[in-house]
Design a protein around this ligand. Structure first.
Ligand SMILES: [Zn+2]
Length: 255
């Protein structure tokens, strides 16, 4: 990224943020994290990400009308994920590229993402995962890497549309049914198996055999991304089957 030209052809221009540093251990981007801004005004959200006082940033910013700006060079460590974890890695900022999508989010009543905006997000994400060879299973929401602490980009984010564009891992969610379910307080082998599957997919969860508050948060995060019809932290049959199908269809990745 030079002062004038963005690294992605999808971005129209550079709007530099001072909020970035070195990636730890010379890491390269191997993950893509999507966010919503969660602020009422997109111009203010952009200014905040470029204000040294905020200590937050992202590599790219996508307006509601689909315009894209680059704020931080891709090789630099932007400050978007905070306290996060995935697949055993805790310094998500050092190994990821972050995209902030202007949307008022849950505080604003969770308005749908406009088509033009999603088209830009899909094109930008496709460009980034292609250039950096980022595996489909490492295109995630902030809520996936910070369950309980973060809920963006929210359960209305159209992950299937990104998948159609060749971005991210997705299977059609299993149908809701009245089968057996597990929830807070349950214990035993089925809980251990559930936690093991969530951890195998990449979620940070302790395999204790006890369905505790943390497990509930992780189940909610999983649902928000992969089974958004009901986000309640209850591991129902549809949730468990969807998780199983995702694990079974994980693309083989050449690291
Ligand atoms: Zn976020």
């Amino acid at each position: 990224m030079s002062a004038l030209s963005p690294e992605s052809p999808v971005a129209s221009k550079v709007f530099p943020s001072p909020n970035h540093g070195e990636r730890k251990d010379g890491q390269r981007p191997s993950m893509l994290i999507l966010h919503y801004t969660g602020m009422p005004d997109e111009g203010e959200a952009l200014q905040w990400l470029c204000n040294p006082v905020s200590q937050v940033s992202a590599h790219y910013f996508v307006f509601g009308d689909g315009r894209v700006l680059q704020l931080v060079p891709e090789m630099r460590r932007a400050w978007h994920a905070g306290l996060s974890s995935w697949d055993g890695e805790a310094d998500i900022n050092s190994c990821s590229i972050g995209i902030e999508i202007a949307n008022t989010g849950h505080p604003g009543g969770l308005p749908p993402y406009p088509d033009a905006q999603i088209e830009s997000v899909a094109a930008l994400a496709k460009d980034i995962v292609t250039r950096w060879r980022i595996p489909a299973t490492r295109v995630l929401g902030h809520s996936d890497v910070a369950p309980g602490r973060k809920v963006d980009p929210g359960e209305l984010f159209p992950w299937p549309r990104l998948h159609e564009a060749g971005v991210g891992h997705w299977v059609a969610p299993s149908a809701m049914s009245d089968g057996r379910f597990f929830s807070r307080g349950d214990q035993g082998m089925p809980i251990e198996a559930l936690q093991a599957m969530l951890a195998m997919y990449g979620y940070e969860v302790k395999i204790s055999g006890v369905f505790d508050e943390d497990t509930e948060k992780v189940v909610s995060a999983f649902q928000r991304h992969f089974r958004p019809e009901r986000v309640d932290g209850v591991a129902d049959a549809s949730t468990i089957m969807t998780l199983r199908n995702l694990i079974a269809t994980r693309p083989q990745t050449a690291a």
